[in-house]
Write a protein that binds this ligand. Structure first.
Ligand code: CUA
Length: 148
């Protein structure tokens, strides 16, 4: 094998191991909560937000053309430092659910529930957008998390 080939192979192996190591580090070291599809989760038809512990919340989100039902339409309020579990489904077509400045980046899929968790340490407004083209009103499909 040519020495340049050996270097290219070594570099490729190094990059694969580095990427794998970074994924493991993000998941374990940084506690990055990877989006999860829960195919056997209970389905729900209405949005709601419930307090499940001290500064802990669960939000069931139903995406629809063209908004997010989270118990209230398109916005929720939580106190600073809140840890929020987001469960999301859709009542019509596939939508997206991305909360700015968090790792929440989910697909809203009819007949399935996806899950992610976020912690809101800074006060302010966190924009929610649909990032999956879902029809003529897609660009108007937005919401926010207000952290007080
Ligand atoms: Cu919903 Cu795009």
């Amino acid at each position: 094998m040519d020495r340049f080939e050996k270097r290219a192979m070594a570099l490729a192996l190094f990059l694969v191991l580095m990427f794998f190591g970074l994924v493991v580090y993000a998941a374990k070291g940084l506690q990055a909560d990877l989006p999860t599809c829960l195919p056997n989760a209970r389905l729900f038809e209405r949005g709601r937000m419930v307090e499940i512990g001290p500064n802990r919340y669960q939000v069931d989100v139903v995406a629809y053309m063209w908004g997010f039902d989270m118990g209230t339409v398109n916005q929720i309020k939580v106190p600073r430092g809140a840890v929020v579990d987001f469960y999301i489904t859709s009542k019509d077509v596939m939508h997206g659910y991305h909360i700015d400045r968090t790792l929440v980046n989910l697909m809203a899929i009819p007949g399935a529930v996806t899950y992610s968790r976020a912690r809101f340490d800074r006060a302010g407004e966190y924009q929610i957008i649909c990032h999956e083209y879902c029809g003529l009103g897609h660009q108007n499909m937005a919401g926010k998390v207000i952290v007080e």
